[in-house]
Design a protein around this ligand. Sequence first.
Ligand code: FES
Length: 96
Amino acid sequence: MSYAHRMKVCYILNGQKTEVQAEEGHTLLDTALIAKIPAPYSCMEGSCGSCEAVIEEGRTSEDQENTQIVRTCQALPKSEFVVVNYDKGLQKKICI
Ligand code: FES
């Protein structure tokens, strides 16, 4: 694994912001858990949706045209800075 290309990810969870370095090949959820951020998850396979969050800034491997919501257990950061908001992901689910 190459450690030459590192990215920063800012996580928003329960109103708190935490910025960490992400290593290439680690999903957004992997990076959060390594940093001891208590991000929500269950299946780790992209099927349950419990790890969903809103990408407020930056690009990921899971970006789609009409939504900023990604399953963080599948999404890899694809820009040097990514902002992942778990609070908005949860709000979206509650409001639907
Ligand atoms: S943990 Fe189930 S979809 Fe990500």
